[in-house]
Design a protein around this ligand. Structure first.
Ligand code: NAD
Length: 362
């Protein structure tokens, strides 16, 4: 079957890691009889250089018309690049905001998976890690306190700041549906995280999530307070399958969950909306310090491509094949420099060699 995929290589290591993901996708296409039609668009610093803006309307229209979008990363060296000292709407990152808004993406998914072979990078004790953990954090992306009204005023000579936290039931329902759909493709367990002992937004969250759960009798639902969840992530991470939560709690908990997996070069992510169209990208940035050296770890981008197959194209078997190939490469002892260790039998490989090794194992 044929699919249209928009590629955004972006800046820094972006073009290198996206090229490796394409290599793996082409192998998947060959093996499973699919046709992936790739169209590249500019976004970020490279788009500013070529067009004067971080994302043109035409490029956005191309992304909108496709089945899925795969992104490397955008941006230059923080504090020291030609794109840094310009108006906020002309910075590379403005391209990211524009595409997320343009594609109406309201759900962010970040998996936290511990590979047996990379256990050494996990800061938790062996008895806590056990045989590893495998969870996804589903974070609401466009509502809550980050998008509420805010102001700072002076009241009787004292400065006072206010941020409004607001959710309506529709915003909660649409992300809850996404979470239950994703749980159906995984371990069929949703833990919904809130602060319902204090916040009205959390009470509404709990009520609506429970209503949605009624449509998914195969999935178990558990409510957990956010402070408890922060503790449970480091005390018993194996209990989690899908964590569903609002914008600010998700921002914090997804960073905590990714830290316990150890390596930034391994972490994929997806942003989804109401339709199947999604944006898939590694959780890391454009790593300008190592750009052009062929040493970046392409695995986060390759795993993002696997998520793209699973969530936007419904190609679960093909996504499993990519994830299995990544596991096998690690088992065979191949490492890029960021995940290399002193352990015996390991072989350090470049970015493009890692792509080749994964593609060979599809
Ligand atoms: P970064 O994630 O790019 O790099 C942090 C550190 O991790 C660096 O030492 C880098 O070499 C290393 N690293 C990151 N990815 C790696 C990989 N795949 N393999 C090996 N090592 C890797 O974060 P930063 O330096 O704070 O930001 C650099 C630029 O990226 C900035 O312009 C920032 O705005 C941008 N950024 C973009 C996105 C995005 O496109 N979604 C996300 C975060 C940061």
């Amino acid at each position: 079957m044929g699919y249209n995929i928009t590629l955004i290589p972006g800046d820094g290591i972006g073009p290198e890691i996206v090229a490796e993901a394409v290599k793996v996708l082409e192998k998947v296409a060959k093996k499973y009889g699919h046709e992936f039609d790739f169209t590249k668009i500019l976004m970020g610093g490279c788009s500013i250089d070529a067009t004067g803006v971080p994302l043109t309307d035409e490029a956005l229209a191309t992304a909108k018309a496709s089945d899925a979008v795969l992104l490397g990363a955008v941006g230059g060296k923080v504090g020291n690049s030609k794109w840094y000292d310009v108006a906020p709407n002309l910075r590379p990152e403005a391209g990211l905001l524009k595409i997320r808004k343009g594609l109406e993406l309201f759900a962010n998914i970040r998996p936290a998976y511990l590979y047996e072979e990379l256990k050494g990078a996990c800061p938790l004790k062996d008895e806590i890690i056990g045989d590893g953990f495998d969870m996804v954090i589903m974070r609401e992306l466009t509502g809550g306190i980050y998008f509420g009204e805010r102001h700072t005023e002076e009241v009787n000579g004292v400065l006072k700041a206010t941020d409004m936290d607001t959710y309506d039931e529709n915003e909660i329902r649409r992300i809850a549906v996404k979470a239950f759909e994703i749980a159906m493709k995984r371990g069929k367990k949703v833990i919904s995280v809130d602060k319902a002992n204090v916040l009205d937004t959390s009470r509404l969250w709990r009520k609506v999530v429970k209503e949605v759960a009624a449509d998914y009798p195969e999935v178990t639902l558990e409510d957990m307070l956010v402070d408890n969840c922060a503790m449970q992530l480091v005390m018993n991470p194996r209990q989690f399958d899908v964590i569903l939560t609002e914008n600010m709690f998700g921002d914090i908990l997804s960073d905590e969950a990714s830290m316990i997996t150890g390596s930034i070069g391994m972490l994929s992510s997806a942003s989804l909306g109401a339709t199947k169209l999604g944006l898939y990208e590694p959780s890391h940035g454009s790593a300008p310090d190592i750009a052009g050296k062929d040493i970046a770890n392409p695995i986060a981008t390759i795993l993002s491509a696997a998520m793209m197959l699973r969530y936007s194209l419904d190609l679960d078997q093909e996504a499993d094949a990519i994830e299995a190939a990544v596991k096998q490469v690690l088992k065979d002892g191949y490492r890029t420099v960021d995940i290399m260790s002193e352990d015996a039998g390991l072989k350090q490989v470049s970015c493009h060699e890692m792509g080749d090794l994964i593609a060979e194992r599809i």
